[in-house]
Design a protein around this ligand. Structure first.
Ligand SMILES: [Zn+2]
Length: 314
């Protein structure tokens, strides 16, 4: 049995039809985990959808009502870049419930893992870039409102800047946002994160790991979070169709190891969400996400054999 649960729901599929966003990847990843015996059926746990009250911790009530009632404008849907459907809305609510559950589980055993979520382009009053609501921010706000944490850090390594998350937590001293991304890529406007690491086109493993390592360690030294939300996008991969960085599969695994190990070593739990991934071959995207889970398992098991992971009292 895995040392942490995998949060998954069969209705995570966004029902996009033929679309560059491979919305079936959640099911494919679950299937690959079972087929390779990385996980057993009992390792999975189903989330409840977020409640509308949870969603309104982050999003404007008018926007939530428009999503719920199917009254988004044509402009709203164009900006979202995915077709509207009731299943799509339900999938986003489930993803937000899933990231919230993963955050709660991380506080218990050190790692929470949502096989979904990471919709970092959603703003309080609009969605864009395939993201209708921001599950990352909803999870943070729910943990805070339940009194489980005060301070959180979002570590966003998706190839695209975490613009929605940055805007949501702008001027909020309780949440530190770190985004490392390709500068010359969507979104063209990048609201300031607490720490933005802009990378040139084609940046490879060595420079990426060096800059992320320095930035992340410096962030942890100045801001002591009680929870890290790890937005583990697969799209910095060199064969990604929407990304222009050049990370290898090994480099991406080293990235995951750095973030997860550094956090757990300092007594900070990590909730992982998947975010983007548009490799030429969807199998590569699945491999990258599975590797993130494998790294989380290895790091947590190693810590358990050396005395166990302990949530640091802050
Ligand atoms: Zn992305």
């Amino acid at each position: 049995m895995l040392p942490f649960r995998l949060v998954y729901h069969e209705r995570y599929d966004l029902h996009l039809g033929e679309h560059v966003f491979p919305a079936k990847k959640y099911r494919y990843l679950r299937d690959r985990m079972l087929r390779t015996r990385f996980a057993a059926p009992e390792d999975f746990v189903e989330p409840e959808p977020a409640t509308d009250d949870d969603v309104r911790l982050v999003h404007d009530p008018e926007y939530v009502a428009k999503l719920r009632s199917g009254t988004l404008s044509y402009q709203d849907i164009l900006r979202l870049e995915i077709p509207y459907s009731r299943q799509m809305v339900e999938a986003f609510w489930l993803a937000a419930g899933g990231s919230t559950l993963a955050a709660r589980m991380a506080l218990g055993c050190g790692i929470g893992f949502n096989i979904g979520g990471g919709f970092h382009h959603a703003f309080p009053a609009h969605g864009e870039g395939f993201c209708a609501i921001n599950d990352i921010a909803i999870a943070v706000r729910r943990m805070q409102s339940d009194g489980l944490i005060r301070r959180a850090m979002v570590v966003d390594v998706d190839v695209h800047h975490g613009n929605g998350t940055a805007a949501i937590f702008d001027a909020d001293p309780s949440v530190f946002t770190l985004s490392i991304h390709q500068f010359n890529n969507y979104p063209s406007e990048k609201p300031l994160s607490s720490l933005d690491i802009h990378l040139a086109d084609g940046t490879g493993d060595a420079e990426y790991l060096h800059r992320l390592g320095n930035g992340f360690r410096a962030a942890l030294a100045m801001f002591r979070p009680e929870l890290v939300l790890y937005v583990a996008g697969a799209d910095p991969y060199l064969e990604d169709q929407l990304g222009g960085l050049s990370l290898t599969l090994e480099g991406l695994m080293e990235r995951d190891r750095m973030v997860i190990r550094t956090s757990l070593m300092q007594g900070i739990p990590v909730a992982v969400v998947l975010a983007g991934g548009y490799a030429q071959s969807v199998e590569d995207t699945i491999t990258i996400h599975l590797n993130t889970a494998t790294v989380a398992k290895e790091v947590l098991e190693k810590m358990q054999t050396s005395g166990g992971w302990r949530h640091q009292a802050v």
